[in-house]
Design a protein around this ligand. Structure first.
Ligand SMILES: NC(=O)c1ccc[n+]([C@@H]2O[C@H](COP(=O)([O-])OP(=O)(O)OC[C@H]3O[C@@H](n4cnc5c(N)ncnc54)[C@H](O)[C@@H]3O)[C@@H](O)[C@H]2O)c1
Length: 367
């Protein structure tokens, strides 16, 4: 079967890491009988330059007509003062595709423990999943600005919280059956609603899952002090944005982490969590692992191609063990060399040790 994949390479290192993801998908597809039809569309700053807006209708229509969407990264100093910023394009695509749940798995590879700024005993064995609400909250609220003040409105509806809470509880069923919901219920009304809804969904629909709550300020601390104690973290849009970047530091480099953004009917969008990294763009230095891990998530959560996804996860893991990595992980390969090393390892039998860093058995229907 041929899968239509919409590619949105974007800006900075986005096109470089998108090439890596395409190579990994093609190789895994060859080995596991999936073929792909890749088509690229402009997004972000590249789309502003080409069409005058960061998410043209043609790009959104192409995403909706695809089986899955892969995005590199958007943004960069060139567009910092543009009337509409590249990042607005990404927010629009998430909203238009109804991608309300963002999954960000955080696992520390045994051979990268030393790369983490935390002590080895704190990070060895870290394995949690952040589920961030993606289409509500302050990022999507009304905004205004005059000479003396500015306003960003934060709103959440019961339904918005219910649907993302269900994703978290379902994910926890396939893991260690614990959900930690993070809010700011001591101050924010939206957080009080968030907590009430999460408690009700947990109690009524997922009584087998243990639920606890943390205030976001305390959570920022606990992520550093006891990262191993987390299983599934459920949180709203802005808190999830900040905490998942904090979490990425545990893994040794932001360049290693992938993500999936899922909704109910439209195709999912898969992207590394890093940005366009303007400081290293065009130098073939970008770590391709986050993009390739996102390709594995595309196969798993977007297409249900589990064997192909696992083959990619194994290849990433073996490459790390072999030290075939970019400088951010202590290696000396260029981005394209590191990508080739991983692609060449897809399909090579791995030892059980390497199963640790796979998302294996994290199979669930998000909605
Ligand atoms: N989803 C997205 O497209 C997304 C996400 C975050 C930031 N951004 C945008 O990206 C631009 C740059 O943002 P930033 O500098 O805050 O964040 P960034 O993630 O682009 O970079 C932060 C640091 O991490 C490094 N880094 C990032 N990806 C890497 C990789 N694959 N390999 C090795 N090192 C890597 C960079 O070199 C930089 O030092 C901004 O315009 C921002 O708005 C886009």
């Amino acid at each position: 079967m041929t899968h239509k994949i919409a590619l949105l390479p974007g800006d900075g290192v986005g096109p470089e890491v998108t090439d890596a993801a395409v190579a990994a998908l093609s190789r895994a597809g060859e080995l596991h009988n999936h073929s792909f039809e890749f088509e690229s569309y402009p997004v972000g700053g590249a789309a502003i330059d080409e069409c005058g807006e960061p998410a043209p209708d043609a790009t959104i229509d192409a995403c909706k007509a695809s089986d899955a969407v892969f995005l590199g990264a958007v943004g960069g100093p060139k567009w910092d003062n543009a009337p509409v910023r590249p990042e607005a394009g990404l927010l629009k695509i998430r909203k238009e595709l109804g991608l309300f749940a963002n999954l960000r798995p955080t696992q520390v590879h045994p051979d990268l423990v030393a790369q983490s700024p935390l002590r080895p005993e704190l990070v060895a064995g870290v394995d949690f999943l952040v589920i961030r609400e993606l289409t509500g909250g302050i990022y999507f609220g009304e905004k205004s600005r005059d000479k003396d003040s500015a306003t960003d409105v934060c709103t959440y509806s019961v339904e918005e919280v219910e649907r993302v809470a269900r994703v978290a509880f379902k994910a926890a069923k396939g893991r260690c059956r614990r959900v930690t919901s993070i809010d700011k219920a001591n101050v924010l009304e939206t957080s009080r609603l968030w907590r009430d809804v999460v408690v009700r969904i947990g109690r009524d629909e997922f009584p087998e899952i243990t639920l606890d709550h943390l205030l976001v300020d305390a959570a920022a601390m606990h992520l550093i002090q006891r990262p191993k104690s987390f299983d599934v973290i459920l949180t709203e849009n802005m808190f999830g944005d900040i905490l998942s970047d904090e979490a990425s530091v545990l893994t040794g480099s932001i360049g290693t982490m992938g993500s999936a953004s899922l909704g109910t009917s439209n195709p999912g969008l898969f992207e590394p969590i890093h940005g366009s990294a303007p400081d290293i763009a065009g130098q073939d230095k970008a770590n391709p692992i986050g993009a390739i891990a996102s390709a594995a998530m595309l196969l798993r959560h977007g297409l249900g191609a589990f064997d192909a996804a696992e083959a990619i996860d194994h290849a990433i893991s073996v490459a790390i063990t072999n030290g075939e990595t970019t400088p951010d992980l202590g290696g000396n390969l260029s981005g394209s060399e590191a990508a080739k090393a991983i692609v060449d390892l897809i399909g090579v039998t791995a030892s059980p040790h390497h199963l640790i860093t796979s998302e294996i058995s994290r199979r669930f229907e998000p909605a």
